[in-house]
Design a protein around this ligand. Structure first.
Ligand SMILES: Cc1cc2nc3c(=O)[nH]c(=O)nc-3n(C[C@H](O)[C@H](O)[C@H](O)COP(=O)(O)OP(=O)(O)OC[C@H]3O[C@@H](n4cnc5c(N)ncnc54)[C@H](O)[C@@H]3O)c2cc1C
Length: 390
């Protein structure tokens, strides 16, 4: 099943499922479909603009026990450092484990599995949206048209909506260096979740450190702000963090990664424009943290469970409204700089048990947990932001 280029100008093929986007969401969904063994008689089309050949991202997330992608977890930690000027601690996050998956290993693993299934067709082309007409929709791929017929379409290609003053649009943006040293410089069984001891002049900023060994670690400088920085500014902050706070003077940079994750209080409809929207395009990015990987896994599992049970996908429950409200409230504070993000995260980790915080950030906390967490945060800024977001 090597990937093919779109050949005919107008293509009509009877697919049961079309997946637009072969990134985290498209591949997580397809891998789950494959694992059930229930879709081997179905024609599935997977579309992406280009083959996945680079390590374009590193995913971190937490979970208990073994997860669906356990085989390709590159490293995992159950101890995480949280550092700020006023509070520093090593958090024992058990029963959770903080896990790291390298993008390229994820892609290779998924495409290796997909290649064993002749019912899955892989097509490379630029998806240019849908044209609606009386008989349904037509997919535009490159300059060609594809009639989806009765296929159920899942879309994970994110088309940023036009900017609107009605919504908060904050950016989580980051740059990371994989650094290597000659002598032991890291504690390999402990990662740094957030180090807020970096200048906060641009807005909420922190560094995280993911050690792969005593001499190798991914050091990533992250900001939650409205504007991006110049490349030299990320480099300058990374350099001073490594040299002044990690006290490492001799090192080489073997890999780099950077990214932008939109953090917004927009609502993302599940069914839109003739397709079910999944992944970041379907609002699976947590607005207040940018974490997406585990939300994609949950959504993929819910979709596959529904398809297998022959239930309508519209029966999948939406995220409880109260979690959106919490996210939007924090987003409002960060966006309007009503209170320093550094102090909020410090209070969060200082005054609550790590597992409670992680459960809360996973949208899986109980109301009792949430009341405890809310009471640990500064009352006035949160109250004012909550009223605005209501
Ligand atoms: C560098 C980086 C690091 C991240 N780290 C984390 C992390 O540690 N933890 C976490 O929870 N989240 C993280 N995220 C956020 C989120 O998990 C990822 O963005 C994730 O990849 C989102 O999955 P997705 O399938 O929605 O989008 P993508 O994985 O981006 O997949 C979309 C796919 O659509 C394809 N595509 C785009 N446009 C077209 C087009 N016109 N035609 C055809 N194909 C197209 C792309 O090639 C891509 O394969 C990170 C994001 C980035 C960018």
């Amino acid at each position: 099943m090597p990937g093919s280029k779109l050949s005919a100008n107008r293509r009509r093929q009877e697919y049961d499922y079309i997946l637009l986007g072969a990134g985290c969401a498209g591949l997580s969904l397809l891998m789950r479909m494959i694992r059930t063994g229930k879709f081997s008689g179905k024609n599935i089309l997977l579309v992406d603009k280009a083959p996945k050949t680079t390590n374009d991202r590193t995913w971190c997330f937490w979970e208990t026990g073994k997860g669906f992608f356990e085989e390709i977890v590159h490293r995992q930690w159950s101890s995480l450092d949280f550092l700020s000027d006023t509070y520093s601690a090593t958090l024992n996050i058990e029963p959770y484990h903080y896990k790291m998956i390298r993008g390229i290993e994820f892609y290779n693993y998924c495409f290796h599995e997909i290649s064993k299934h002749s019912n899955i067709e892989l097509l490379y082309g630029q998806a240019g949206g849908m044209v609606h007409h009386k008989e349904g929709v037509t997919l535009i791929l490159d300059d060609k048209e594809l009639e989806p017929g009765r296929a159920i379409i899942f879309n994970s290609i994110y088309h940023p909506p036009p900017v609107s003053k009605r919504y908060i649009e904050l950016l989580q943006h980051f740059k990371g260096w994989m650094i290597e040293t000659n002598s032991p410089s890291f504690t390999a069984d402990k990662a740094t979740l957030m180090d807020f001891r970096v200048p906060q002049g641009h807005g909420t900023a922190f560094v995280y450190v993911l050690p792969l060994s005593a001499t190798k670690a991914l050091v990533e400088y992250t900001l939650f702000t409205k504007e991006l920085l110049q490349q030299e500014q990320y480099d300058k902050e990374l350099k001073s963090y490594i040299e002044d706070l990690l006290m490492i003077k001799n090192y080489t940079v073997s890999e780099q990664e950077s990214g932008i994750i939109p953090m917004t209080n927009r609502k993302f409809p599940f069914y839109y424009d003739g397709a079910y929207q999944v992944g970041a395009a379907g609002g699976q990015t947590k607005a207040s943290s940018g974490y997406t990987f585990q939300f994609i896994q949950k959504q993929s599992q819910q979709i596959v469970d529904c398809l297998v049970a022959d239930k309508s996908l519209d029966t999948i429950p939406a995220t409880p409204g109260r979690f959106r409200f919490y996210d939007n409230t924090l987003l409002d504070i960060l966006y309007h700089k009503r209170f320093p993000g550094k102090k909020i995260f410090t209070d969060l980790f200082k005054k609550n048990k790590p597992r409670q915080v992680l459960r809360f950030l996973d949208n899986e906390s109980s109301i009792a947990d949430e009341l405890k967490i809310i009471s640990s945060l500064p009352t006035w800024p949160f109250l004012k932001a909550a009223i605005r977001q209501w």
